[in-house]
Design a protein around this ligand. Structure first.
Ligand code: NAD
Length: 339
């Protein structure tokens, strides 16, 4: 059993912890929680709690939450860390992991240069093989790679995409916008270059706007091929990848609200949806160009990638076996709404 620490138990950390607990080749030894808040109290029923450092350990003094020690004590007990601390905090933690000779996964809020290895299981599982430090790309980048990687088998492609991003996560009461649409004034947005850190050499440019919603992102994607392609062929190809799920507008699934309702109604933990959701009846071909929309559950799509990254770093099994195992344990592909 691979022994893992979760450093940062927020939106991503708590989901990765539960997903690791469902596997039979890895286990969560403990989680690092910075504050003795309600989430620490809930987590303490499932996991051993550690504080980041001596100062935050004192914060737990007046609470009834049992704390085992600090991050460095936890590091003594594990082989790997999943760092899911807020953007740019991971880079401050890396020297600590290096000092204790622990391998670590970082998330998409860190720069590619922190590890020089950005990861997606479909596209570059083998590149993480035996590596000490890997970065799982962000929710948007993961989503773009999931649906674009299968298209790279058709030869050279050029991608132009517009991302409508959720303003913040549902539990976040501090961030907006709450009544405006906020374009990313840096064009192209950082998402395209981030995709190209994984699908090397891909011609991709992206623009992004933030919208006042918390449920999901929606991408509108345009792909140019250098030859004619058939829509049915592309759809059959996408269907080989369980982390892509189809829905149909004709079934009255016309919005992110309804997609999330599907996840909630079908008993997914927390109502999560690991799959990238593609509207099948809105896939269109005009000449050599493909157009499609996809919806992204930002809180959960990167979770299976963290599991596969651990297996690759520790050389536990090959790409297809790892993906198959992760998918089976997390019930990915089961909803199969419009196969
Ligand atoms: P979050 O704010 O929900 O969770 C981070 C947690 O880390 C919080 O509980 C915070 O209290 C804790 N923390 C802060 N400083 C800490 C420290 N020094 N040591 C230990 N814990 C500390 O953040 P998140 O949304 O889970 O994001 C984590 C990472 O995942 C970021 O890199 C982010 O860009 C990336 N990511 C987020 C999303 C998303 O939609 N939320 C999706 C994909 C990737």
């Amino acid at each position: 059993m691979l022994k893992v620490a979760i450093n940062g138990y927020g939106t991503i950390g708590k989901r990765v912890a539960d997903a690791i607990s469902l596997q039979d080749d890895m286990q969560v030894v403990g989680i690092v929680k910075a504050h003795p808040d309600y989430m620490a109290k809930i987590a303490s029923k499932k996991y051993k709690i550690y504080a980041p450092d001596e100062k935050s350990l004192k914060n737990f003094g007046g609470s009834d939450i049992k704390v085992e020690g600090t991050l460095v004590n936890l590091l003594d007990e594990v082989e790997a860390v999943v760092d899911a601390t807020p953007d740019d905090v991971g880079k401050l933690n890396k020297p600590v992991y290096e000092k204790f000779k622990k391998r670590a996964i970082f998330q998409g809020g860190e720069d590619h240069e922190l590890t020089n290895l950005s990861f997606n299981a479909y596209a570059n599982y083998d590149e993480a093989w035996g590596k000490d430090y890997v970065r799982v790309v962000s929710c948007n980048t993961t989503a773009l790679i999931r649906t674009l990687f299968p298209l790279t088998s058709y030869g050279k492609i050029s991608v132009r995409a517009t991302l409508v991003r959720r303003a913040t996560d549902p539990n976040d009461h501090k961030k907006g916008p709450i009544n405006s649409i906020e374009p990313d004034l840096k064009i192209p947005s950082h998402h395209g270059p981030d995709v190209a850190t994984v699908i090397h050499g891909l011609d991709i440019l992206t623009m992004a706007v933030k919208a006042p919603t918390t449920l999901m992102h929606v991408h509108s994607v345009n792909v140019k091929f250098d030859k004619e392609v058939k829509k049915d062929d592309l759809i059959e190809n996408w269907k080989k990848y369980k982390r892509i799920m189809f829905v149909n507008g004709k079934d009255e699934i016309k919005s992110t609200g309804q997609i999330m309702e599907v996840a909630r109604e079908t008993g997914r933990p927390r109502g999560d949806l690991y799959e990238i959701v593609l509207w099948k009846d809105a896939v269109a071909i005009k000449g050599n160009e493909l157009f499609y929309y996809q919806a992204v559950h930002q809180e959960s799509d990167v979770v299976p990638e963290n599991i596969d990254a651990l297996r690759s770093m520790f050389q536990l099994m090959d790409r297809d076996s790892s993906i198959e195992k992760t998918d089976r344990k997390l019930r990915i592909g089961e909803l199969a709404y419009a196969r």
